[in-house]
Design a protein around this ligand. Structure first.
Ligand SMILES: *[C@@H]1O[C@H](CO)[C@@H](O)[C@H](O)[C@H]1NC(C)=O
Length: 997
């Protein structure tokens, strides 16, 4: 029976750990009010049921609760303790308790207070969610201490805790072990350790904007404080009500009728507050039909999380209530607090460290863990010592054994915790990661360039094509080869981007591809059609004037080689934003079904495109107007969950976790593509799958402007796409038409790198997404960049040499102000023109926060050494001209263009993480830090910077010319031609006279 009874405390520990560990990433927070209503209701019902059940049980089996006479325990437990000369403390406690059973008036008062506290807390929570990024550390861990102090005050004055004639040590021991004060010391240690952990976990702030100009920031701190006070009141009221449950009669420990009554009433108040939440919802449902959908719809992930909660909450509550019957209220609350505190420490320990990043908190986590373990052991010891007085239901022997076990477990937790955090670098590193990354980039680039152009003749190119892509090149390949070589293309073999982009579409039949193209064009939803007939390219759907340049530029590009193209139609995306997001399973199916042209004999003669192609393409006018649309316009709304990450595997962090904490830097999110704080793998650095926090860090995911998306595999040609989307990339006509050109003149020259101003420069508009009134701007990349460099509020990490002058480096956390003062490179980063794409309060808020500058001549950029390129609503329009200049480009981007792979990060440009936490360290590396003043000096590596500027310039002139855009597009359209040909399995280009392998 004892063992079975032990299940309750264990259940409480498990439940509390599970709930506190998962809360931060639970999708249940997607709809906080819904969830809170459900949780309150479940809590209430569980508590009512428990109360009703225990009172019935007792009525049915009154014998159940008679237990061992107290005198046994008294003799065993307390007599040999120091200071037990006093009259038995337990006698006092018993008397006190009996007196304090609540009268009806007090009960009503307390319940009213509880209800009030819940309502006030909800209101505060609701207000706080709008500005969580400004919140400071929580003081939840302070609550047990408050409780412990109140616990000791209850019996105060009845029996002195120590006698006046005792020595100090005796007094201390007396204080530690006295039945009233024994919880204070463990709670205090628990608080200290939890507070240290909290401080260390929130030390590394994200660049998500906490507006300075807005009053929100200061209000949040006050609200937090108020919330804490209300928490204290609520916990104390609960404690008072629950403590009535256990009332000690003459010889037995049992629950009083009052106890059961209290419990039922507590439950009813929770139910009442839940109904108080539901009621406005019901009214809104009846009164505003337009909000019904919003009120009742939620994602499947939400329902999964909610059902887990719906199980765990009643389970934990029941365990909690039964544990109270065993160990009394104060102990139970402490068990709960310890479970939460340990979960917190272990979660903090779990954050991996790579190359000394993230920096260790100043005290490490060993100290808090040690304090916590000390607190736990102390609590267990003092509680056993008091065992005889309070837990007479069990023979003491069992208690001892139990405590020994618990102490062992606590110690084991401590040891495991200490050994847990793998940090091979011990918080410091001897070489700068950027040096390593630049070295690696040189190698990578060399390898890439040599494999990209190995073929020296057409037959060789055909051979390499077959080796790479397991099929013959498309008909017309010889024309393409001639076109490319006559324009000195340094890339002949590596067109993997085309392969990657078209791969899923090969799962659709040629007829399907053609009809989908016609259907989406007929839909006329931000798409422009281009048709090629008899070697001539033409626009064939009505394209709005503002977007005309896109199609015209595309046609100019195609005209260069259109005579060699078969008849075909192409659907061009007129929006900046990409739009084809295919769910993971659908994409898997597509890849399984895709036609791999088995290396079937490689026939000897070229088989050309079918001759009846033009008649195969459906006329748009023939598409019935009632065809259901593929698209859904969800502009101005978050798209990360429904589009951005939908192609990720279901077990990836992006699909499994919700990242609601915008306050702190998510280092585990960045770790897979980072070396320390720096981007080490540019190709996956924008992938959504391992980065759930990206949902709040870019305009496309937060609130895109013209987002017309689809979950179907439809062939749309876009100028760029974010990873996770399946648009087919083609070279941007913006670049082809030189809409932003690399040009200089006498007034705006482009001096050599060393002669430029040592400044990081950026100008741009707030066009990344639309901030329609809900504050989406605070997460957008461009806004975060401007904010960080002009009004950065929170400390940021920076990698610097250690103080004592040995060559080691370590990350420190410093305010942006100090960093900017000590950086040799200055920053000049501003919005120009009116704050655009905003609505509601967001316009005024942004104007207050950023102000805005005058627009500058594009050529003015060349004055500066470092140019920042932050992508906006889509492809970057200025990256190519920036590369062509003598400046170094810092690039932070979500979108990927057709030239992905041609450029190597750290060789041709400096990659910057989308979170921007590496920006200062990169600037310090290239420009230098703390020269002249400052105790940590870093010599700038200007030669490295100049080398990147020159490598970028030279390489861009080789692989990003207009000719290269034509060559890429030519090859892409040949492949598209084959994909849409009825005879696609057979046709192909073969070198005359060559034997099949
Ligand atoms: C980047 O990550 C991808 C996926 O994990 C991997 O295939 C690729 O080799 C990595 N690239 C580099 C340069 O490490």
């Amino acid at each position: 029976m004892f063992r079975k009874v032990l299940l309750f405390p264990c259940g409480l520990v498990v439940g509390a750990c599970h709930l506190s560990a998962g809360l931060d990433t639970s999708f249940a927070l997607d709809r906080p009010l819904h969830t809170i209503a459900v949780v309150l209701l479940l809590l209430g019902l569980t508590i009512v049921a428990h109360g009703a059940l225990t009172s019935r049980n007792r009525a049915a089996h009154p014998k159940n609760y008679t237990a061992i006479p107290l005198s046994n325990g008294l003799n065993n437990g307390s007599n040999n303790r120091p200071g037990s000369r006093d009259a038995s403390p337990f006698g006092e406690e018993r008397m006190g308790m009996q007196k304090r059973t609540l009268g009806t008036k007090a009960l009503v008062g307390l319940l009213g207070l509880l209800l009030l506290a819940i309502c006030a807390r909800l209101a505060i929570y609701q207000r706080m969610t709008r500005n969580m990024e400004c919140a400071g550390p929580t003081a939840m861990a302070f609550l047990p201490l408050v409780l412990a102090v109140c616990h000791s005050l209850r019996g105060f004055g009845k029996s002195p805790i120590w006698n006046a004639d005792q020595l100090l040590l005796d007094r201390a021991l007396q204080f530690t072990f006295h039945h009233l004060t024994r919880y204070i010391l463990p709670s205090f240690l628990l608080f200290i350790s939890s507070f240290m952990v909290t401080m260390s976990t929130i030390a590394l702030r994200s660049t998500y904007i906490c507006p300075l100009a807005h009053a929100a920031a200061s209000v949040v701190h006050w609200l937090q404080f108020l919330g804490f006070l209300i928490d204290c009141v609520a916990v104390l009221v609960l404690y008072r009500l629950l403590d009535d449950v256990v009332v000690r009669n003459e010889d037995t420990v049992a629950e009083s009728k009052d106890g059961a009554r209290n419990i039922v009433w507590i439950g009813l108040s929770f139910v009442a507050s839940a109904l108080g939440l539901v009621l406005p919802g019901v009214i809104a449902y009846a009164a505003f039909p337009e909000h019904r959908e919003w009120l009742l719809t939620a994602s499947p992930e939400y329902f999964t999380s909610l059902s887990i909660l719906s199980f765990m909450i009643p389970f934990t509550t029941l365990c909690f209530l039964y544990t109270i019957q065993l160990y009394a209220t104060m102990s139970t609350m402490l068990i709960l607090a310890f479970s939460i505190a340990y979960t917190q420490v272990f979660q903090a320990l779990r954050v991996g460290v790579s190359y000394a990043f993230p920096p260790k908190p100043s005290t490490g986590l060993a100290l808090p863990l040690m304090l916590l373990t000390t607190a736990l052991i102390l609590y267990l010891i003092v509680d056993t010592a008091a065992e005889g007085q309070t837990r007479s239901k069990f023979p003491i022997r069992f208690g001892r054994f139990q405590i020994m076990l618990a102490v062992l477990v606590a110690f084991a937790l401590f040891v495991v915790g200490l050994g847990y955090r793998p940090d091979v670098h011990g918080g410091q590193i001897s070489s700068h990661p950027i040096t390593t990354l630049i070295g690696l980039a040189n190698e990578t680039h060399g390898e890439w360039a040599s494999q990209a152009h190995q073929s020296r003749s057409l037959p060789e190119a055909v051979g390499r094509y077959r080796e790479r892509y397991f099929r013959d090149p498309p008909p017309g390949f010889e024309k393409w080869y001639e076109y490319a070589t006559s324009r000195n293309s340094v890339i002949i073999d590596d067109f993997d981007n085309i392969e990657i982009d078209l791969a899923p579409f090969s799962s659709l039949s040629p007829a399907e591809l053609r009809s989908r193209t016609a259907e989406i064009l007929a839909d006329n939803n931000g798409l422009g059609g281009i048709s090629i007939r008899g070697g001539k390219a033409d626009v064939f759907s009505n394209v709005p004037g503002t977007h005309r340049w896109m199609v015209d530029g595309t046609i100019q590009m195609i005209e260069k080689f259109s005579e060699f193209l078969p008849d075909m139609d192409v659907a061009m995306n007129l929006n900046d934003e990409c739009r084809v997001a295919v769910p993971f399973t659908k994409l898997q199916e597509a890849h399984a079904k895709r036609e791999l042209y088995p290396d079937h004999k490689f026939l000897k003669d070229t088989i050309n495109f079918s001759s009846d192609r033009s008649s195969n393409w459906l006329k748009i006018s023939k598409i019935p107007t009632d065809t259901p649309s593929y698209f859904k316009g969800v502009g101005f709304n978050p798209t990360f969950k429904s589009y951005g990450s939908i192609a990720c595997p279901p077990d990836s962090p992006a699909r499994r976790e919700r990242h609601g904490n915008m306050r702190t830097l998510c280092t585990p999110c960045a770790a897979p593509h980072s070396m320390g704080a720096f981007v080490s793998n540019w190709s996956i650095s924008a992938s959504p799958c391992h980065q759930p926090d990206l949902a709040n860090l870019h305009g496309l995911h937060l609130s895109p402007s013209a987002f017309v998306g689809t979950h179907d595999l439809v062939p749309i040609f876009s100028q760029s796409r974010a990873p996770g989307y399946a648009d087919i990339r083609y070279p941007s006509p913006w670049n082809y038409l030189d809409k932003a050109a690399y040009e200089f003149d006498d007034r705006f020259p482009d001096p050599p790198f060393a002669k430029k101003e040592n400044t990081l420069f950026w100008r741009g508009a707030t066009s990344e997404g639309v901030s329609a009134g809900a504050g989406a701007w605070r997460g957008m990349l461009r806004q975060r960049l401007v904010h960080l460099l002009n009004n950065g509020t929170h400390p940021q990490p920076i990698l610097l040499p250690r103080r004592n002058g040995n060559a080691k480096l370590e990350y420190i956390i410093e305010t942006p102000e100090t960093i900017k003062r000590l950086l040799a490179t200055k920053t000049d980063v501003r919005f120009v023109g009116e704050i655009a794409r905003c609505g509601g309060a967001d316009c005024a808020d942004q104007v207050l926060e950023f102000g805005s500058g005058n627009s500058v001549d594009f050529k003015q950029h060349w004055r500066y050494r470092y140019l920042f390129d932050a992508d906006g609503a889509g492809f970057s329009g200025r990256f190519i001209p920036f590369l062509q200049s003598n400046s170094v480009v810092f690039k932070s981007a979500l979108f990927r263009e057709w030239y992905e792979g041609r450029l190597t990060a750290w060789k041709h440009f400096v990659p910057v993480d989308l979170r921007l936490h590496d920006l200062f360290s990169s600037l310090a590396y290239f420009g230098g830090y703390g020269i002249g003043e400052g105790q940590r000096k870093l010599e700038g590596r200007e030669n490295d910077a100049a080398a990147i500027a020159s490598a970028g310039r030279v390489w861009a002139k080789k692989v990003l010319r207009k000719e290269d855009m034509e060559i890429y597009f030519f090859r892409l359209l040949l492949e598209w031609g084959r994909l849409t040909d009825e005879n696609r399995r057979e046709l192909g280009f073969r070198v005359q006279g060559e034997r099949g392998e």
